[in-house]
Design a protein around this ligand. Structure first.
Ligand code: OOG
Length: 248
């Protein structure tokens, strides 16, 4: 691992602080997937040292629509902190060029000690949203770039919790200002978002972590992401899961 993990973490933090997109890291540095995860971890550890708490994980590139949109073809993860949890409004002036996408969200009720028990550790499911804000110019990146950038994670929210259930084919609708902008099915998430949950458990275990009680797992978008302007009212509805609304 020859990448300057600390220097690259500082570069990414600078983009967040200045709300200014930067050229992708691989333009100037040799970055493989392992070093990219080390950069991601460093940025998150700096946040937790400043008092933020880990709140869960997000999965990325779990759907064909997203892989095609972003030109990437591997499942990745990012780490969420409580400061990214947005409840019902997002101040887009704090972000660079935000996009929003619908999500299936799992609530972890019990520590996940193995991939096999992941589903039995779920306490609830909800429909949610994720606001992505790539720190790179034009949302253009390679796989190591987006991993280092915590899978573009910026803000997230979710609706009311429902009892765990089969989500292998739940319809999802995203509306902005009352206009439908994306429709899809949870089946687009690796065929069943439960697979994404198991992948999250596997990635956590291989990183020496465990999904913890109270954490959320964002299973990944079922549709492409759309630009999120100021003054917007977004509603995401999931069949049988109610809806979640967010204003900007
Ligand atoms: C990376 C994040 C991808 C998803 O749901 O696939 C992601 C990006 O597109 O900027 O969160």
């Amino acid at each position: 691992m020859s990448a300057d993990v600390h220097g690259l973490a500082t570069t990414l933090e600078g983009a967040v602080r200045d709300r200014r997109a930067i050229p992708k890291l691989t333009d100037g540095a040799d970055l493989d997937v392992a070093s990219a995860y080390a950069v991601q971890r460093e940025v998150i550890e700096r946040r937790t040292r400043r008092g933020e708490r880990l709140a869960g994980v997000k999965m990325g590139f779990t759907s064909r629509a997203k892989m095609v949109q972003m030109g990437v073809d591997d499942v990745i993860w990012g780490l969420l902190t409580d400061a990214m949890h947005a409840e019902s409004s997002v101040d887009v002036s704090e972000l660079i060029h935000p996009r929003v996408e619908p999500e299936i969200v799992y609530l972890i009720g019990r520590e996940v000690r193995s991939v096999a028990e992941a589903e039995s550790c779920v306490a609830g499911v909800a429909v949610g949203y994720e606001v992505l804000d790539s720190r790179y110019e034009d949302f253009k990146f390679t796989l190591p770039d987006v991993i280092a950038d915590n899978a573009s994670a910026a803000r997230f929210g979710f609706g009311g919790w429902h009892a765990p259930r089969d989500l292998s084919n739940a319809g999802l609708l995203m509306e902005i200002d009352g206009r439908p902008v994306q429709t899809g099915s949870s089946a687009a998430i690796l065929g069943d978002p439960a697979r994404s949950l198991r992948a999250a458990a596997r990635l956590a275990l291989s990183a020496g972590m465990r999904l913890e009680p109270g954490w959320v797992v964002l299973a990944g978008a079922a549709t492409a992401a759309v630009p999120l302007p100021a003054g917007a009212h977004v509603r995401i509805t999931g069949a049988g899961l109610g809806s979640v609304e967010v204003t900007t």
